[in-house]
Ligand binder design. Structure first.
Ligand code: NAP
Length: 457
């Protein structure tokens, strides 16, 4: 009997799981999938990107569990491309390689002072409150009474909401314990969300704006006055709904609670310098006005500036892909160039998700995206048959992966981690309590004792 193709998918976030699902669903040629992940845990941004107070969005993890349970899929964690296995080795071992590596870094603001302690990328803050093991040591200073979040997208909104939410309301979520402790001690009373353009140009989604109305003792302020007085004509339905949501929030009576916090949307404002003596103390902000550039509304500086005292600046101005060694890379777009998902200039190599199309869309967007790539892959490889038709190929591939990374985590290991986190969570009325150190995750996966905690991390 002809053996199936054996495909490696690199990265087990939403785009990796949906690519695996599409590969397994193919009738002809049949495919098996090894889903390789550098962390000891799967689900990518669903575990470490989606805000902890959005459990409904996180519940898509259940769909990934169902995909993982399909015959033909193996998940292997703690194996890193470029460290444990190389691109060339993967190409030798597998019939095709699908890169689902996401966009792993942040876009820069390119303003003086960006590197000062207290100026933090949203990628770091999001990883920190979500217990991503690479970000547990991130310092998020919460001693000043104002924090500034730069950007008008959903990531900015997530971070701002996490900073103004009463910590009592986060205690029932899977927010990492170190972040809960820091937030419980936070002095932040006001979070200013800076948009370089106006609310009609923001990329917020309406649901996320409306839910700000559910936050206890949080007043929403929209500045400057009149910024919401945009005529509806010519606006898309989403923008119209967003403006309506903001008007409703801004029209509410201010809270009488003395400890109330404020979330301020400050529009037509661009940070031009972050200032401080050894740490962030204030942000200089240029005042913009709208201008037309070939039919697009852009921000033009008026020449006026303002200053905001703050101890924390979070830069939420978009994510950025990083190159995969040996593959072409479009540095301007931060993506791997491709045709229908097939890497241009690659060898049996494909891309899905944010490294393919850039950091846009929601989790479900990856389904259609993965179908396109997998359709291309199967059409390309359909006639070739597997590189290695021997029936013991899967066992040999696993043995090879183990030889590269002796502490490989299998699906069984992940289930042990998951079971442990959920059991501790159940005792505290939370969905899970995350293990946030790689050693602790590996120990839970394999009974290997963890090295003593580093008190400085
Ligand atoms: P985004 O939606 O692209 O927003 C980036 C923001 O940064 C824009 O407001 C952009 O303004 C601004 N910006 C870029 N460069 C700037 C600069 N130099 N100075 C000031 N502002 C600058 O990206 P994101 O918020 O990172 O979100 C990424 C994706 O994840 C999106 O598709 C988002 O919807 C999704 N996401 C969804 C959820 C959810 O569904 N709950 C949660 C989080 C993220 P301009 O428009 O002027 O360029």
């Amino acid at each position: 009997m002809t053996q199936p193709l054996h495909v490696a998918v690199i990265g087990s976030g939403p785009s990796g799981f949906y690519a695996a699902d599409a590969l397994l669903a193919a009738a002809e040629p049949k495919a098996r999938v090894d889903l390789l992940e550098r962390l000891p845990t799967p689900w990518g941004l669903v575990r470490s990107g989606v805000a902890p107070d959005h459990p409904k969005i996180k519940s898509v993890g259940g769909t990934f569990e169902q995909i993982a349970a399909r015959g033909g899929l193996r998940w292997f964690g703690n194996v890193e491309l470029g460290v444990d296995v190389t691109r060339e080795q993967l190409l030798e071992a597998y019939d095709a390689v699908v890169y689902a590596v996401g966009t792993q870094t942040d876009r820069r603001l390119d303003v003086p002072g960006e590197e000062l302690p207290g100026s933090v990328a949203a990628t770091d803050v999001v990883g920190w409150y979500n217990g991503h093991p690479h970000f547990t040591g991130v310092h998020v200073p919460l001693r000043a009474d104002r924090a500034v979040v730069v950007g008008n997208g959903n990531v900015a909104l997530d971070v701002a909401r996490m900073l103004v939410t009463d910590v009592a309301d986060l205690c029932s979520t899977d927010t990492a314990d170190h972040a809960l402790a820091a937030l419980a001690d936070s002095a932040v009373r006001e979070v200013v969300v800076l948009g370089r353009r106006g609310p009609a140009q923001a990329t917020f989604t309406t649901l996320e704006l409306r839910e700000l109305g559910d936050l206890r003792d949080v007043d929403v302020v929209v500045r400057p006055a009149g910024v919401l007085d945009v005529p509806d004509a010519g606006l898309t339905p989403v923008v119209r709904r967003n403006l309506a949501a903001l008007r409703t929030l801004a029209a509410r009576r201010p809270s009488t609670e003395p400890r109330a916090r404020r979330l301020v949307f400050s529009s037509w404002r661009s940070p031009v310098e972050i200032v401080g003596d050894g740490r962030v103390e204030r942000v200089v902000v240029a005042v913009n006005k709208p201008a037309d550039a070939d039919g697009r509304v852009v921000a033009r500086p008026t020449g006026d500036t303002e200053e905001l005292a703050t101890g924390l600046v979070v830069r939420a101005v978009g994510y950025q892909g990083v190159p995969v060694h040996g593959l072409p890379f479009d540095a301007l777009a931060g993506r791997i160039p491709h045709e229908q998902g097939r890497v241009i200039g690659g060898d049996r190599e494909y891309v899905v998700g944010w490294i393919k199309r850039g950091p846009t869309g929601v989790i479900g967007t990856n389904k259609k995206d993965a179908r396109e790539t997998v359709g291309r892959l199967l059409a390309d490889l359909g006639q070739r048959g597997p590189l290695d038709p021997s029936p013991d190929r899967p066992a040999r591939l696993e043995a090879w992966l183990r030889s590269r990374q002796p502490r490989l985590v299998t699906d069984l290991g992940w289930r042990a981690i998951d079971g442990h986190e959920r059991a501790v969570g159940a005792e505290q009325g939370r969905p899970r309590v995350k293990l946030v150190r790689t050693d602790d995750l590996l120990a839970a996966a394999s009974d290997v004792p963890a090295a003593p905690s580093d008190p400085t991390s």
